[in-house]
Write a protein of this length. Structure first.
Length: 119
């Protein structure tokens, strides 16, 4: 029952999110030169971007501004929490999860570097 409620809430919120205005990209350009990072971006855009747009807060909180350790982000992806769904190995393989976590760390570093440059 709880799960159904979460699912319905998610669907409603996703529609609500669809019309939300997107601001300026909040992070510096992320180098696509590393293939793993580029692949990580694809995984992120496919599964995470709708709720954490560009790593910023959307339906979910910002995930580019806090030093969450890799194992914790993995746990969050595999198990979900609250409105955030769990992603099994069928959706995101272990290899894809590795490159996703690498991408999240790159995204965080890009955000950190950009903030450091701000006047
Ligand atoms: C349906 C929307 C949704 C999707 C899709 C989603 N998230 Fe989330 N995420 C959330 C919400 C909501 C929370 C906050 C959960 C809570 O604390 O109750 C969250 C929390 C997190 C956190 C912890 C942030 C913190 O402040 O502790 C991480 C890390 C995270 N998400 C990563 C991801 C990744 C990586 C993906 C893609 C695989 C993803 N999320 C997909 C909604 C989503």
């Amino acid at each position: 029952m709880k799960n159904i409620l979460y699912t319905l809430t998610t669907i409603v919120l996703l529609f609500a999110c669809g019309t939300a205005k997107r601001g300026e990209p909040a992070f510096a350009a992320i180098p696509d030169s590393e293939p793993a990072i580029a692949q990580g971006r694809v995984v992120f855009d496919t599964f995470c971007n709708k709720c954490h747009p560009g790593g910023e807060a959307g339906l979910g909180p910002a995930i580019n501004n806090k030093p969450l350790p890799g194992f914790l982000m993995r746990f969050q992806v595999r198990h979900g929490l609250g409105v955030m769904p769990a992603f099994s190995e069928k959706a995101i393989s272990d290899d894809e999860l590795d490159i996703l976590i690498a991408y999240l760390k790159t995204m965080r570093k890009a955000k950190h570097d950009k903030d450091a440059q701000a006047p």
